[in-house]
Write a new protein. Structure first.
Length: 305
């Protein structure tokens, strides 16, 4: 088949293919540009950025586990000023869409960051990391309480000029309740899942492997959970979804698309194979040719909850 259309329309933003990267696993593009032509990707999703620089958590902050890894980086980032002058300027060189991941400790921090990004011409979409601790609510993550999630979504939508993607935490009882809360708050799209909370003990040091005690579990081990949640959310709400969680191959990506995702995000796999994103783009196209699929619309959501 010669006419293969891998493009997607995500919240009115046209992308050449459905593949992006998970925030925090690809830097902000510059770090991987010697391994992957960023123009091959549908979008680059940046590392989380806050209104002021964050130092992150004490080390050790990463631990390998069966089927993936734990991280407790603490969203270390240089702050919005450096991000705009350095990272966004760099990304202008490439023919790819830009999704900026935003983090904060309070509603005001999120909103301030969103306002700074409003006039950045090369920012196509905003992805809001609601797994951050809400300092005003005793440290509970914004994304684990539906009222809190709904409220922060409304506040961000009131100031954002770009479409808003709310990134959902899987550390909840009912992911569809959280999805509906975000959509009711005005979210244009959703991305899921963020990491699952996990722990590892160093038996030789007789203490926690991570200085933070717990960290976010990512990698192939979380894929069945992520796929189930994406499938449930796709049936619960009508906004587009970026599916992520353990995607390492084109086959993994296609599963998420069949589960209802409009786009897919590749995360932990970047650490052990820095060219994996380009390989997945190529693999999706080969699958489409082999199955006589001309457009991803033919298979998106074909497996319904």
């Amino acid at each position: 088949m010669s006419n293969i259309d891998m493009s997607v329309d995500f919240c009115g933003v046209k992308m050449k293919n459905p593949v992006t990267v998970a925030s925090g696993t690809f830097g902000s593009g510059m770090e991987y540009s010697n391994f992957v032509d960023l123009s091959v990707l549908g979008a680059v999703t940046t590392k989380g950025v806050a209104i002021t620089p964050w130092e992150g958590n004490p080390t050790p902050r990463v631990a390998e586990v069966y089927g993936g890894m734990l991280n407790a980086i603490g969203l270390q980032n240089p702050g919005i000023d450096t991000f705009i002058s350095r990272d966004l300027t760099f990304l202008q060189r490439y023919d790819t869409c830009v999704i900026v991941n935003v983090c904060g400790h309070s509603e005001e921090e999120y909103v301030s960051c969103v306002e700074r990004l409003a006039d950045c011409d090369n920012v196509d979409l905003l992805e809001i990391n609601v797994s951050c601790p809400n300092v005003k609510e005793g440290g509970i993550a914004f994304g684990t309480d539906p009222k809190c999630l709904n409220n922060i979504t409304r506040m961000i939508k009131a100031k954002a000029k770009q479409p808003v993607i709310m990134k959902l935490s899987p550390n909840v009882t009912d992911i569809t309740e959280m999805a509906r809360a975000a959509v009711d708050g005005g979210a244009d799209a959703l991305s899921l899942i963020n990491t699952l909370t996990g722990m590892k003990i160093d038996i030789y040091r007789r203490t926690y492997a991570l200085a933070n005690r717990t960290g976010g579990l990512s990698g192939p081990a979380v894929k069945p959970v992520a796929l189930r949640m994406v499938n449930q959310v796709a049936s619960a709400v009508s906004v587009p979804i970026i599916g992520m969680g353990g995607i390492s191959t084109a086959e993994d990506a296609i599963e998420f698309i069949m589960a209802g995702a409009t786009m897919v995000s590749v995360g932990t796999a970047n650490f052990h194979n820095p060219t994996v994103t380009a390989e997945i783009v190529d693999g999706i196209e080969k699958f489409m040719r082999s199955q006589n699929i001309s457009s991803l619309d033919e298979i998106r959501g074909c497996v319904r909850w």
